[in-house]
Design a protein around this ligand. Structure first.
Ligand code: ZN
Length: 659
């Protein structure tokens, strides 16, 4: 097992998926008590895994377990067939999606192996290894399960959103049984009290069923549905309570325990409020029923967990920027009439993920804002985080995949990007978020909506330009945010390359640019390219039949960014709709078809997977002879299959059938 020092982001790719390892920087240096707390919380996270499989579809656990047995127990000579290899891919996709439907598109996977192959493989295996229902023969099992896998008309979508159909009867997710959409809506409508200012989130922690004509909730709690998994989670949360960092955090964990024990939604709200208020603790976590994307009606929450701690260094970066917000505003190149006299930066917390689980694993969000209860958000606020070590892993992966090598002009640019890109990307995002959007002011009587449909593109361009302009300021080095005056060039290069060329890979040939962030990048890059043409500041060069961006004068490019920032601030401050329209329509919408075709064909040859996921590190608790905790060690480098099989073996909490 590799240590952090010789850490490598070893990737694995299959179907439309690429897996990345992420690094939990600083874990080794945490005090023992904090490592211990993280360990208990990661165990609580891993024990919930089976819940999501069952939530995503009632046959998922049986299918996963059956496939795992075929995969691991098949004889060596049977593993060479194309069917076996296709089954392996299918199983990897089932692990990735926590079920038989695509994690993003929700459509059912089409198996690349035949039912004849699967049946023959099952026939060779001992029956006691297979997830048969009580008293079920193998014939009966296959009759029940095979159509779910092989018949495209059965359970085609996990979540169906098509208007006009019964969204519950046509969705394969396991949140409702024998209940029509009308019945479910009526059931929850009747519980709502329209004058309650603090409504709980009805239905978020239960399956709604109709049994003997009666509609009722089967609540996910200790003693209820999923009790086997929840009791394991509780066991580890109880251990976590004893090593919590402080009183506030202890209360948070105790409330969560109470909620898992009672299933009471008022308790969940109390827990959410305590959680939002705990901002002093280093370690933070979620463990429970959180997001409702998996329910077409939006009541039911899928299970997920993340354990994390504050990235002090990265959070300090956002704090430094915010503390100096006034200096930046005073020195910006915009007309003093449009500057704020008093400006306040926004600081957001950057966190390091220690484990991902449930609906955050292996595919994960990189930013999270919770809780979801509307009234709690408006009364008590929310916590917003960026998961720094995941964005870092994405960034590192982008370097190794041939993308930069294909599109960067020469070794000089590649070396700049290699050295600085991760740092400058984060810093640009921070400047954009913490300063850019908050800078400048409207002249009195100018409406904030004056730029209408062009408003969001202009606003994003303003924030990006603020970041680009200051990225090249000596102040960055002075504040310790960048190491030297070469670093900004990496950001300038990738920004121009993206805006002029590479972002086009996401657009269909023949279409125009529509999305506001993409328009803003095209606007800035095309404008700077045009304005710098005469002095040859930025060039598009043809080499071996391919087009490349070359920047000849980085200092002059900064000057151009400053000019455009000044102009865009004027447009915004004066509400100059016509100028906004001309800028956007001239520089941000149209695409050179020939260049577009070239960029797309170069990209396709790289065979990059559109979806990414993460492999967790592995933690081990070491004890002294007297039973006291000695250390918690972290290990990287576990393979995807290895990890999934280990989880299935060591954290298999639920029975195969949960009715
Ligand atoms: Zn923005």
């Amino acid at each position: 097992m590799s240590s952090v020092k010789d850490f490598q982001y070893v990737d694995e790719q299959f179907a439309d998926i690429q897996l990345l390892h992420y690094k939990v920087a600083g874990f080794e240096d945490l005090p023992l008590a904090k490592k211990e707390l993280i360990y208990y919380l990661t165990e609580a996270a891993l024990w919930g895994r089976d819940i999501l499989f069952d939530q995503n579809g009632r046959y998922n656990l049986r299918i996963r377990r059956m496939l795992e047995v075929v995969y691991t127990e098949s004889r060596e000579e049977d593993r060479e067939s194309d069917d076996y290899k296709a089954l392996e891919i299918y199983l990897k996709r089932v692990w990735f999606s926590s079920g038989i439907h695509h994690h993003y598109g929700c459509e059912k996977f089409v198996p690349g192996f035949s039912s004849v192959f699967l049946r023959a493989a099952l026939d060779k295996l001992p029956l006691n290894l297979l997830p048969l229902a009580e008293g079920q023969t193998l014939d009966e099992f296959c009759e029940e399960i095979f159509p779910v896998i092989f018949d495209p008309n059965i359970a085609p979508k996990r979540v169906n959103q098509a208007e006009g159909e019964d969204l519950l009867l046509t969705s394969a997710s396991n949140y409702y049984r024998n209940v029509t959409q009308k019945e479910a809506e009526a059931f929850y409508e009747s519980q709502k009290n329209p004058i309650d200012p603090n409504p709980v989130m009805f239905g978020m922690n239960s399956r709604l069923v109709k049994e003997d004509g009666v509609i009722k909730e089967k609540v996910w709690k200790s003693g209820g549905l999923y009790t086997e998994a929840i009791d394991k989670i509780l066991y580890w949360l109880e251990k976590a309570v004893k090593v919590s960092e402080n009183n506030a955090q202890q209360q948070v964990i105790c409330k969560l325990i109470e909620f898992y024990k009672t299933g009471d939604l008022k308790t969940f709200d109390e827990y959410s409020i305590l959680w939002v208020k705990d901002v002093a603790s280093l370690i933070d976590f979620n463990n429970g029923f959180i997001e409702s994307y998996g329910d077409p009606l939006g009541y039911k929450s899928s299970w997920e967990s993340i354990v994390n701690y504050k990235d002090i260094v990265a959070t300090r970066r956002t704090e430094i920027i915010s503390e100096n917000a006034q200096w930046f505003e005073d020195h910006s190149p915009v007309d003093p009439r449009f500057k704020k006299e008093q400006v306040k930066g926004v600081s957001a917390k950057v966190i390091t993920a220690a484990i991902l689980a449930g609906d955050l694993y292996p595919a994960s969000a990189i930013g999270i804002n919770l809780p979801n209860s509307n009234w709690i958000r408006s009364v008590h606020g929310s916590k917003s985080v960026t998961i720094g070590n995941l964005t870092d892993a994405y960034c590192k992966a982008a370097h190794g995949n041939g993308f930069m090598a294909e599109f960067a002009y020469s070794q000089v640019e590649l070396e700049l990007i290699e050295k600085y890109d991760s740092l400058t990307d984060d810093l640009h995002t921070d400047l954009h978020e913490c300063l850019g959007h908050g800078s400048g002011k409207l002249l009195p009587s100018v409406s904030p909506d004056a730029l209408k449909a062009y408003g969001s593109t202009i606003e994003e361009a303003r924030a990006d330009l603020y970041g680009l302009y200051y990225m090249a300021d000596p102040k960055m080095v002075e504040l310790g945010l960048l190491p030297d005056m070469d670093a900004f060039k990496s950001q300038y290069y990738t920004y121009m390359m993206n805006g002029l060329m590479t972002q086009l890979v996401r657009i269909e040939l023949g279409n125009e640019i529509e999305e506001a962030h993409m328009r803003n990048r095209a606007l800035i890059a095309n404008w700077a390219f045009e304005k710098g043409k005469q002095s040859n500041i930025v060039e598009l060069i043809r080499k071996n039949g391919k087009t490349y961006v070359k920047i000849n004068d980085y200092g002059a490019l900064r000057g151009l960014f400053g000019n455009l920032l000044s102009e865009i601030q004027r447009i915004k401050s004066e509400g100059d709709y016509e100028s906004a329209r001309v800028l956007v329509e001239t520089y941000a919408v149209k695409i050179d078809l020939e260049l577009h075709r070239e960029v797309k064909s170069r990209y396709e040859k790289l065979h990059l997977a559109p979806y990414k996921g993460f492999i967790n590190p592995k933690y081990e608790l070491l004890k002294n002879e007297d039973g006291r905790v000695k250390d918690v060690i972290i290990q990287y480098g576990e393979g995807y299959t290895e990890q999934m099989l280990r989880y299935s073996r060591d954290y298999s909490s639920l029975p195969s059938i949960n009715d």
